[in-house]
Write a protein that binds this ligand. Structure first.
Ligand SMILES: Nc1ncnc2c1ncn2[C@@H]1O[C@H](COP(=O)(O)OP(=O)(O)OP(=O)(O)O)[C@@H](O)[C@H]1O
Length: 287
């Protein structure tokens, strides 16, 4: 069953717009949401969380519409946001006392376990926490009310490598219960290599693809070669490429590239997610 469905959502913000975006996430899976700075990730997440109104389209969570089900939906989501939405003057303990009653399934023992695991100082004011500690506090809250879906905006960005790894383990554990799902944005492609089942890529407010990692490896190939080979046919066989002093590198459609006569003169490799982020949608701009 789809835990999260985004269907033809548009939002005009003046200088920026989300254009007709659609994707869906089934229970049992982790989806990474990637794209360059300013691509629309946070805006999409705000719309998913009903923190921003959309102009058009549908968002359904657990098969429900926000209209009439907002409380139930929010209860079933663990949300980690990169902008702080806590009262800075309160301590962790005081803030927890305010938050916990909002959730019908709050589990104090689980919360206390995470506080210990993350070495969080219960009596320190939120404003005096480091960026990583604030993130860990948000995570502890998100994981302590038996949520079925975690929605996270760059949860790993302020974390040191050890805690980041710990978080990825926690997410893998979370998903062991197959009625759950995780949706998170990130710039760190190694996070995705480790745990994401699906990758959704947004660029300039449009979804370029939303597919499993395996589908990506089946459909796309990293192509390198001499500039002299760059004819119209080759260009049309690539979703994006960049030229450099020595030649070009790009992401090609696997089948189209394999059908080219000059394919034997190209260097073909399996792309990393980083390659896909770098070259997707680029039309020959020089580096
Ligand atoms: N309320 C708003 N009014 C007008 N423009 C906005 C508003 N919120 C965001 N934007 C613009 O929308 C664009 C997308 O921003 P968004 O925060 O969604 O990107 P992002 O993909 O999360 O980027 P980053 O990776 O840098 O966090 C940006 O150009 C931003 O300035």
């Amino acid at each position: 069953m789809a835990i999260l469905e985004v269907e033809n959502v548009s939002k005009d913000l003046g200088d920026f717009a989300l254009r007709d975006i659609s994707f869906k996430l089934d229970e049992g899976y982790i989806m990474g949401f990637i794209g360059p700075n300013g691509a629309g990730k946070t805006t999409t997440i705000k719309i998913i969380m009903n923190l921003m109104k959309k102009d058009k389209g549908k968002v359904r969570l657990f098969g429900l519409d926000y209209k009439g089900h907002e409380l139930e939906i929010k209860n079933r989501i663990g949300f980690v946001f990169d902008e702080n939405y806590y009262y800075e003057e309160l301590t962790i303990k005081e803030m927890k006392k305010i938050i916990a009653p909002f959730y019908s399934n709050w589990d104090e023992d689980v919360f206390n376990d995470y506080i210990k695991k993350f070495s969080l100082p219960l009596n320190r004011k939120i404003k005096d926490l480091s960026k990583g500690m604030k993130m860990k506090f948000s995570l502890a809250v998100a994981l302590s009310h038996n949520a079925e879906l975690l929605v996270m905006d760059e949860p790993t960005s302020g974390l040191d490598p050890i805690v980041r790894d710990e978080l990825l383990d926690i997410l893998s554990e979370f998903i062991q219960n197959e009625n759950r799902a995780v949706f998170f944005s990130t710039h760190i492609t190694s996070d995705l290599d480790k745990i994401a089942d699906y990758i959704t890529f947004i660029n300039e407010g449009r979804i370029l693809f939303s597919s499993t990692k395996e589908e990506l490896w089946d459909n796309y190939v990293l192509v390198k070669g001499d500039k002299a080979l760059l004819d119209g046919k080759l260009k049309n066989s690539m979703v994006g490429f960049r030229e450099n002093r020595f030649g070009f590198t790009g992401i090609g459609f696997y089948e189209k590239i394999m059908a080219l006569e000059l394919k034997d003169r190209l260097v073909l490799e399996k792309p990393t997610l980083e390659d896909i982020m770098l070259y997707f949608g680029r039309r020959g701009d020089n580096v």
